[in-house]
Design a protein. Structure first.
Length: 242
């Protein structure tokens, strides 16, 4: 009788275990898919200029660090959100995403691919940490590193340059002047020679031989109000004076 009872117990244990493992695996897969969708929604908030979605997905104590070690808060990251001009066909996609879940914490890694007018603009790798608080997942930190790409100027109508002409204050007594000379957009920093700004898109420019990227930013009325300079993982926002 004892042997029969023991056999029943063992049968129950081994019959239950596969079902339990299957349910746990299914739940894990659901969480992974949920986090991937959240990452996609967060990335697209930059493209749509959707600051409400950004606020919902990104925690108030969020921090971002790039490959240079530069640190940014949620407010600083949110300031970068701007939908591209309607005339610019842009896309942002997450690729190669991998998710690891540790209870109410998760780590997501992946690669961001940015394209403008169907041409590759840049790629970067990221590592995000997410926490589940009050039943909701939020991103609490991100580290990303930009993948170096070959720079190639596109053909762009010089009429777009008119809005970018002006003076931008890099630092006290240091001015980054942008001028239009014929069909070229030229730049000159105080005390430095003039250099041509070559277009990568309607709003993104570079100088041949340098790693910096110059992004002109418009306000809600369409007026250019500042310039963002990305270089070696560092990002500097430069206000337009006039």
């Amino acid at each position: 009788m004892k042997l029969v009872f023991t056999g029943v117990i063992l049968f129950a244990i081994f019959s239950f275990a596969p079902g339990q493992m299957k349910n746990e695996g299914s739940a894990q897969g659901n969480v992974e898919q949920e986090l991937k969708r959240l990452e996609d929604e967060w990335l697209n908030s930059y493209l749509r200029g959707d600051k409400q979605a950004f606020d919902r997905i990104v925690a108030d104590d969020f921090t971002r660090t790039d490959e240079s070690g530069k640190f940014a808060t949620k407010a600083e990251e949110k300031a970068l959100i701007q939908a591209p001009p309607a005339s610019v066909k842009a896309s942002l996609t997450n690729e190669d995403m991998q998710v690891r879940v540790y209870g109410n914490a998760a780590v997501v890694t992946g690669r961001i691919v940015s394209k403008v007018q169907d041409n590759l603009s840049f790629q970067s790798r990221f590592t995000d940490t997410l926490l589940k608080r009050g039943g909701r997942w939020q991103v609490v930190s991100r580290h990303y590193s930009r993948i170096p790409t070959a720079r190639k100027a596109i053909s762009l109508d010089s009429k777009f340059y008119d809005a970018y002409v002006g003076q931008y204050e890099v630092a006290p007594n240091v001015i980054f002047s942008v001028t239009k000379e014929g069909d070229k957009l030229m730049s000159q920093t105080t005390g430095q020679p003039k250099m041509e700004l070559l277009p990568e898109s309607e709003i993104e420019f570079f100088i041949k031989g340098f790693t910096a990227q110059f992004v002109f930013v418009r306000d809600d009325t369409g007026r250019v109000t500042k310039l963002i300079i990305n270089q070696e993982g560092q990002r500097v926002t430069v206000p337009k004076l006039k």
